[in-house]
Design a binder for this molecule. Structure first.
Ligand code: FAD
Length: 308
């Protein structure tokens, strides 16, 4: 079923979960066992992130270099097939512009159609190691809006209609000059055919509510799914803002800082904060809340138990 329909028909709120494909060497059983604890909450779908291929230059004896593919993780397609097969639920593979030509993207869409995947999250993708700015493939797409257009064109030609989600940043994407411009660019993705939006993680719900108001004022009327992640260690109060260009509210950062030598206390503080955010979002009428699990189930399972 399409996520747009699920959001319309939901009689009660449900959790949305995002997992990262495992590193090579992890078995299918290990992967599935790491997801199994979430199944108690009947999530109707699971998102699977996609990671861009990286390359290494290996010196040859003649002084030249060989460009070698470094793929650290199992592909999102393989992970999606394993989840579908085991849990009989929808999967939402992320599809990215980064490192992919138009042909490669089309070929991935064929794979997803083959698997019966109905929902995709279309993104530009992160930079790879050593890249300061995103560099598109010479025959690829620069912005996620172009990728959404390509998926729409595929859907029309193949008579197979994907439901497409896109990413958004309540605290602004780090490259955008201001939030207003970023929201104008978000609208381009919706105008290109995106059916719904999933946000970057945030730690202050007020920021999310204000963002939704601004989106509405800009003419964005598709559903916006809030994204949450519980802090699990004191180090994350500096790591996450650096990695994701987000703010940690003073109240939360001070509490983590004051307990930085007590791992368990920090874990509990992060979990409690996230659970309160989730409760408040549901009370404000959100039909689903997206959790960035990053391969860790325990704290999120506790949060789901308290809220769903
Ligand atoms: P875009 O929408 O293309 O925007 C990128 C920047 O360009 C923004 O600053 C925007 O304002 C600007 N822009 C957009 N259109 C235009 C235009 N026409 N003209 C000028 N400027 C424009 N990354 C991964 O690699 N793999 C994943 O699986 C993954 N999953 C994610 C899931 C979610 C829910 C989110 C929110 C992010 C995820 N990311 C993932 C990270 C994402 O790929 C990066 O944040 C990336 O830098 C931006 O992606 P985007 O799709 O938002 O890009």
């Amino acid at each position: 079923m399409k996520i747009s329909q699920m959001l319309q028909n939901a009689a009660r709120p449900y959790p949305s979960l995002e997992i990262v494909p495992p590193l090579k060497g992890v078995t299918k059983t290990q992967l599935l066992d790491s997801i199994r604890p979430f199944m108690e909450f009947n999530p109707p779908f699971v998102n699977v992130t996609t990671h861009r291929d990286e390359f290494e230059f290996i010196p040859r004896q003649d002084g030249s270099f060989r460009r070698a593919l470094v793929r650290k993780r199992v592909s999102e397609t393989a992970v999606c097939a394993a989840i579908q097969n085991e849990f009989k639920i929808e999967v939402v593979p992320h599809i990215i512009c980064g490192g992919a030509s138009r042909d490669i993207i089309e070929s991935k869409l064929h794979d997803f159609q083959f698997l019966g995947v109905e929902n995709l999250l279309a993104l530009r993708g992160d930079c790879i190691t050593g890249e300061k700015r995103f560099v598109p493939d010479p025959d690829g797409y620069t912005y996620a809006s172009q990728l959404v257009e390509a998926i729409e064109a595929f859907s029309k030609t193949r008579g197979y209609d994907f439901c497409v989600g896109v990413g958004a940043y309540p605290e602004k994407h780090f490259e955008a000059p201001n939030l207003e411009t970023d929201i104008e660019n978000l609208k381009k993705k919706v105008d290109a055919g995106a059916d719904y939006i999933v946000t970057q993680m945030f730690f202050d719900n007020k920021v999310f509510y204000e963002f939704c108001d601004k989106c509405l004022a800009a003419g964005i009327t598709v559903p916006i799914i809030p994204g949450l992640k519980p802090l699990s260690s004191a180090r994350q109060i500096s790591l996450l803002p650096e990695a994701f260009s987000i703010d940690i509210p003073l109240e939360l950062s001070s509490e983590m800082e004051a307990n930085k030598d007590n791992k368990e206390a920090c874990y509990q503080i992060g979990k409690r904060w996230c659970s309160e955010q989730c409760r408040d979002l549901l009370a404000h009428g959100c039909k689903t809340v997206h959790f960035y699990t990053m391969g860790k189930a325990d704290n999120i399972v506790d949060i789901l138990r308290e809220n769903f």
